[in-house]
Every structure is written in C-alpha cells, then in structure tokens.
Design a protein around this ligand. Structure first.
Ligand code: SME
Length: 158
C-alpha cells in the first residue's frame, strides 16, 4: 500500500472513531501534519452559518494565526471559497491576494469541501518549502476532502 493510501486508511479509521465533526477534523489535522513532511500548517476553515460569506477557523495544527475569520474573496482561502476549486500556490510571495500567516510560509494548497456542489469548508495547508505541493499532494488532499464532505451534509440542505 503506498503512503497516500495508508494515510487515507488511517483517516478513515480516525473518522469512524471521532465523536464529533470537530474531533474528526482535529484528528485529520494531526495525521496529515505528522505523516507528510513539509506540511507545516494544516487546518480547516468552515463557512460561518451565521455569516455565509465568511470563513471561520476550525481545527488546525501549526503556528497560531491571526486569520481566524476570512471574508470570501480575501486571500487564497477566500478565493477558494468563491471559486469552489483547489488552489495550489508554489510561491505565496508571488500571489498578490494572499494573507500571510508567517514569514516562513513559502507555498500553500487550499482544497474546497463541497456538499451537493455547495462550498461548505476547506482544507488549508502551508509549507515552509517552495513549491511543496505537486499533483500527488493535490490528489491526496482532494481525496481527504471528499471523505470529509459527509460530515458537513447538514450545511447544504437538499
Ligand atoms: N494564507 C491563507 C490564510 C490562512 S493561513 O494560511 C492559516 C490565505 O492566503 O488565505
């Protein structure tokens, strides 16, 4: 079994054991951050049900961030919330619409979580390495987000 498949299997087990969505997301952050070298900040932003055009910080692993709330459209996270598509940024200093959480961050990937086509949350990963996230990283993160979508089913009524 390759590393990505093994990690996904561990995530499935963690999701089955988690008593709440928050606990499940926190377990995913810990597993991803510890199993993937160069994944230096791993966290989730979720749509605030009270303010549907705003992201609120969820569970994360890494340095604390001042960006606890992000309006749609602002930063890489806010762009992904608008577009509902993955963004891979090889050099965050070259991205005009970027919210810096730390001067050590060099590259970032943000992957949307969709329920019935509606954006509900996202997985955000920063790396201190330039261009850390390649096609295999993107495929892994998108597979993780696909497995997490059912946790947000209530956020997108039929
Ligand atoms: N860099 C993100 C902000 C969140 S920090 O990475 C935790 C952005 O540009 O939206």
């Amino acid at each position: 079994m390759d590393e990505s498949a093994a990690l996904l299997a561990e995530i499935e087990r963690a999701l089955a054991a988690a008593p709440t969505r928050e606990a499940a997301l926190a377990a995913v952050c810990r597993l991803v951050a510890t199993r993937r070298p160069g994944y230096d900040w791993v966290g989730f932003y979720c749509v605030d049900p009270e303010r549907p055009r705003e992201l609120v910080l969820g569970p994360f692993v890494g340095e604390p961030t001042e960006h606890t709330r992000i309006p749609f459209g602002r930063g890489i996270c806010g762009q992904v919330a608008e577009r509902a598509e993955t963004m891979v940024v090889e050099d965050v200093t070259a991205e005009a619409n970027h919210l810096a959480c730390s001067l050590a961050v060099r590259s970032e990937i943000v992957v949307p979580i969709l329920v019935r086509g509606r954006f509900v949350a996202q997985l955000d990963i920063d790396s201190h390495q330039p261009a850390r996230f390649g096609p295999a990283d993107r495929a892994l993160c998108e597979a993780i987000c696909a497995r997490l979508a059912p946790l947000f089913a209530g956020e997108a009524p039929q």
